[in-house]
Design a protein around this ligand. Structure first.
Ligand code: AP5
Ligand code: ZN
Length: 214
């Protein structure tokens, strides 16, 4: 099964990806997590990406497309994969189509901007794995610690309110057009498109996703 998760920053893509990965045994390909790993490792790609990410902007299409193509070619993606945060521009979606990569499900998680701004201040992440928590809505078992490793949770550098607002602006400008793009692909019967209300609880959204994916 090949799935794309589409949604604004903070809509809950990473959160629902955790559920889908566990439920369906397909790998999550999060371009954001891959870039953050490169930043942490201090690779040339990471050094280049850090400035762009901290400013809330998008890294170049060429760089991201190369990264995803390489990842999808790995053995664990044979049975399918879950794309989280990719594609997020029309050229990125075109690159998928040009490479003959068909998608079974496009899942849009919809949350209004103001809700997102409120949400982001409570996000905590485990940087090693990309696991996501929220201090109120999705708290870890032990405050400030990752459920699996017990390691410290962190705040993402791009979660500061002014950066979140910048990221939302870029989402509406460059990523939102993909809603129409995949709507058309679905109308041609080449994928299934479903939109979910991401203001519901984490478990409610997961339940509705499971209904569509079964
Ligand atoms: P990326 O890491 O992909 O960030 P994003 O798309 O901005 O999305 P987020 O990770 O912020 O949000 P999410 O939807 O995963 O929400 P989450 O589940 O964490 O990208 C980061 C940067 O990398 C980009 O800005 C860009 O620079 C670069 N980049 C990445 N991909 C790129 C690409 N393809 N092209 C170019 N550049 C790229 O949830 C958020 C919070 O809400 C959490 O605290 C969570 O616990 C909570 N929450 C989740 N669901 C609910 C719910 N239902 N109710 C209440 N709280 C909830
Ligand atoms: Zn995410």
């Amino acid at each position: 099964m090949r799935i794309i998760l589409l949604g604004a920053p903070g809509a809950g893509k990473g959160t629902q990806a955790q559920f889908i990965m566990e439920q369906y045994g397909i790998p999550q390909i999060s371009t954001g997590d891959m870039l953050r790993a490169a930043v942490k490792a201090g690779t040339p790609l990471g050094l280049e990406a850090k400035k762009v990410m901290d400013a809330g902007q998008l890294v170049s299409d060429d760089l991201i497309i190369g990264l995803v193509k390489e990842r999808i070619a790995q053995d664990d993606c044979v049975k399918g994969f879950l794309l989280d945060g990719f594609p997020r521009t029309i050229p990125q979606a075109d690159a998928m189509a040009e490479n003959g990569i068909e998608i079974d499900h496009v899942i849009e998680i919809d949350v209004p901007d103001e809700e997102i701004v409120k949400r982001m201040s409570g996000r905590r992440v485990h940087s090693g794995s990309g696991r996501v928590y929220h201090v109120v809505f999705n708290p870890p078992k032990v405050e400030g610690k990752d459920d699996v490793t017990g390691e410290e949770l962190a705040i993402r550098p791009d979660d500061e309110e002014s950066t979140v607002r910048k990221r939302l602006g870029i989402y509406h400008e460059q990523t939102k057009p993909l809603v129409d793009y995949y709507g058309k692909v679905a109308a041609e019967g080449r994928t299934q498109y479903n939109k979910f209300d991401g203001t519901q609880s984490v478990s409610k959204v997961s339940e509705q996703l499971a209904d569509v994916l079964k």
